[in-house]
Design a binder for this molecule. Structure first.
Ligand SMILES: [Zn+2]
Length: 446
């Protein structure tokens, strides 16, 4: 029996964009039917608004417990609902404790309980000395583990090298979950540090020079070697440097199980136009030049880059050093969870992509990374009925009043974006509509 039918002239399905009915029963998509097939259930007809699967955002820092003044489950998941993201996968760092043991994961779930307005999964962490904790972490429910090859900025989440990664990757491979890598190493960054220290820290160019592409290239060479050696599924997070893309394509051509993501801020902003002192734009690796951005778009188009995730990494306004405008002192991280879908769509559309591409990058591919394919990321029978009604030609201005993150600091303020999230359904239940949250705390743990 169908309990609800959502109908659109443009349903974005794995088979194309079609006029169809989505029949929902017990939170799942029972079937995708003909447009006229509407008998016997409540009908939500959204006309010619596009109907997309909910976004699966596999890269968010929710920071709770321990740094809840930066962000938290309640605010972030409400922002997600308003932005069309129905699944978040939380990063292991910036919370205290970091998610590097089974006990830490239990504490994080405890902190999140009763606060989540969308579904939430968790990544664990690989840090020095916790290889023995990895099987317990995976058994407790993390969907994979992330590591740093360089200082993360969070002292309790240390970085690892080949000696620690080799056994960790063998274990993760046996357990069937991916390793996620922050792919920058310190060598090329240390090499320019003295010169950078003499430059004006209020200029974006100074910060850009401090994280050269070579840091990404060296890290990716290292990680490809380990991927080849261990056979572990390996995923590069927030890829920025165009010069490292050929390394990724060569590894893929070789058949290695390597995937990579980039982020909306790399696809939308270019270093040439970041204002002096505008630390809301600071993230690592950095937003680079216009030509670099063109190469990232080409890599998304040809499949070298698999997916787009927000890397929502907020902090308090004080830590952003907004008044001083000091790029070198400010916390690195862009807050953009709520805007990931319209930002990416604004640029994708301008470059001739359609909604199928958007859904591949932001729904299907991230669901697969997190082991959620078959459940999340597509409008098809058997999947969770996570749906977004998307006015894909409508523009809006990003005003502070719109932002539901804990803090309103974001580089997107004042931007005009295309693509309005009109409503969001989570497992068949309407949770956001016409600018209002209509149901809260309906999320479950994945
Ligand atoms: Zn991150």
């Amino acid at each position: 029996m169908t309990a609800l039918i959502v109908r659109s002239r443009r349903v974005v399905t794995p088979d194309g964009i079609v006029a169809a009915t989505v029949h929902i029963d017990s939170g799942k998509i029972a079937r995708v039917g003909e447009w006229a097939d509407v008998t016997g259930a409540q009908l939500d007809d959204v006309g010619d608004r596009a109907l997309l699967p909910g976004v699966v955002d596999t890269h968010v820092h929710l920071n709770e417990p321990g740094r809840t003044e930066w962000e938290g489950f309640r605010t972030a998941t409400q922002a997600a609902a308003a932005g069309g993201s129905t699944t978040l996968v939380d990063m292991p760092l910036n919370s205290i404790p970091p998610t590097t043991t089974a006990e830490a994961l239990r504490r994080k779930r405890e902190a999140a309980r009763g606060q989540c307005s969308v579904d939430v999964g968790f990544w664990g962490g690989v840090v020095p000395g916790n290889v023995a904790d990895l099987p317990g972490l995976v058994e407790e429910g993390v969907r994979g583990c992330k590591c740093f090859l360089i200082d993360s900025g969070a002292p309790e989440f240390g970085w690892v090298g080949a000696a620690e990664l080799r056994p960790a990757m063998r274990i993760l491979s046996q357990l069937g979950v991916p390793l996620l890598v922050h792919a920058e190493v310190a060598g090329p960054i240390d090499a320019v540090a003295a010169e950078v220290a003499r430059a004006d820290p209020r200029h974006y160019a100074t910060y850009l020079a401090s994280r050269p592409p070579a840091a990404e290239e060296e890290a990716i060479r290292l990680i490809i070697g380990l991927c080849r050696e261990t056979g572990a599924r390996t995923h590069i997070v927030h890829h920025s440097a165009a010069t490292a893309l050929p390394l990724i394509s060569a590894a893929r051509a070789e058949g290695l199980p390597l995937t990579a993501e980039t982020c909306p801020h790399y696809l939308h902003f270019v270093s040439e136009t970041v204002p002096d002192g505008a630390t809301a734009w600071k993230c690592a690796p950095p937003i680079r030049e216009r030509a670099n951005q063109d190469a990232l778009w080409a890599a998304l188009a040809d499949g070298t880059l698999d997916l787009v995730a927000s890397d929502h990494s907020p902090c308090t306004p004080a830590l952003k050093a907004l008044e001083a405008g000091d790029f070198m002192a400010a916390w690195g991280g862009v807050a953009g969870l709520q805007l990931a879908l319209p930002v990416t769509w604004t640029e994708a559309r301008r470059r001739g992509h359609d909604l199928r591409d958007l859904v591949r990058w932001m729904c299907a591919a991230p669901a697969k990374l997190a082991g959620l394919d078959g459940k999340k990321g597509a409008i098809a029978a058997g999947y969770d009925a996570d749906l977004v009604v998307f006015a894909d030609t409508e523009a809006f201005e990003v005003t502070p009043a719109l932002i539901r993150h804990r803090h309103r600091t974001t580089p997107y303020l004042g931007d005009t974006l295309v693509g309005v999230v009109e409503s969001t359904y989570l497992r068949g239940q309407l949770i956001f509509q016409a600018g209002r949250l209509v149901a809260e705390n309906q999320g479950v743990f994945l």
